[in-house]
Write a protein that binds this ligand. Structure first.
Ligand code: NDP
Length: 255
């Protein structure tokens, strides 16, 4: 039986670990040729090695999503290698502690931390969408999935600019879905809850027990559980879905 993404080409940002890596593996399993991009190319190369070991096809790209030239080059490299860009997963992101804002309330966030958070988690998604959309318009179709978060739906104390950025990602997602609906381009978002990745290691060490009490499933999600939603939203099985934001959160948002 043909895979769900047989013959498709895909670009995944933040593919060097966590959710991006799991998605690269899921896409390749379903027949896609995958370009794995990450700020750290070595991490992207490790993902590519895992894809290849599993019998899939992938290439690695380096590129900071805050750098317009790098983002444009990333999209061009995918098209040069694979001929087109069918699926894009805009997933690269950082947490508050990575910009020196861990545990800080809104007024305590340093200016530079807010700037960097918005540059990576919000403008970085827009920059990727911009160049992906140009290519998808030229080839008359495509699918984009952005990584939102439950933090894109509610407030979370001490995550101020992260929450703002993720709300913004959902805004970009819904607006682009409307703007490109007549161009055969679908745009959706996945909103993960607490997922076992490098990003959450520190928080879980400090507050894991308390946080898990708020999750109806009583456990964290696995990156593979997000990847399956991204796969669904990227393949033809979701052909009538656009502008949607799907929670994959162990029931968190139902409370
Ligand atoms: P990871 O830290 O494992 O993955 C994030 C990846 O993005 C890393 O490989 C990181 O590279 C890369 N990255 C960071 N900054 C940039 C940049 N400027 N340009 C290109 N790549 C960059 O965490 P997750 O897999 O958990 O995160 C993936 C996405 O999921 C993020 O958008 C995050 O906000 C979101 N998310 C995660 C949740 C969770 O509980 N884990 C919950 C909800 C949403 P490097 O390692 O070099 O920094």
């Amino acid at each position: 039986m043909a895979g769900l993404l047989e013959g498709k080409s895909a670009l995944i940002t933040g593919g060097g670990g966590g959710i991006g890596r799991a998605t690269a593996l899921a896409f390749a399993r379903e027949g896609a040729r995958v370009a794995v991009a990450d700020a750290a190319q070595a991490a992207a190369q490790q993902t590519v090695a895992l894809v290849n070991d599993a019998g899939g096809q992938a290439m690695s790209l380096s590129g900071d999503v805050t750098d317009p030239d790098a983002v444009q080059a990333m999209v061009k490299a995918v098209v040069a290698a694979y001929g087109r860009l069918d699926c894009a997963f805009n997933n690269a992101g950082i947490a508050g502690y990575q910009v020196d804002a861990g545990g800080k309330r809104t007024h305590e966030w340093p200016d530079a931390s807010v700037d960097r958070m918005l540059a990576v988690n919000l403008k970085g998604v827009w920059l990727c969408m911009k160049h992906e959309l140009v290519q998808m318009l030229a080839q008359a179709g495509g699918v984009i999935v952005n990584t939102g978060s439950i933090a894109g739906l509610i407030g979370l104390p001490t995550s101020s600019a992260y929450v703002a950025a993720k709300h913004g990602v959902l805004g970009f997602t819904k607006t682009a879905a409307l703007e490109y609906a007549q161009d055969n381009i679908r745009v959706n978002a996945v909103c993960p809850g607490y997922i076992e990745t490098k990003m959450t290691e520190d928080t879980m060490r400090r507050r894991g027990t308390e946080l898990m009490q708020k999750v109806p499933f009583g456990r964290m999600g696995r990156p593979e559980e997000i990847a399956e939603m991204v796969l669904f939203l990227s393949c033809d099985r979701s052909s009538y879905i656009s502008g949607a934001c799907y929670n994959v959160d162990g029931g968190y948002m139902a409370i």
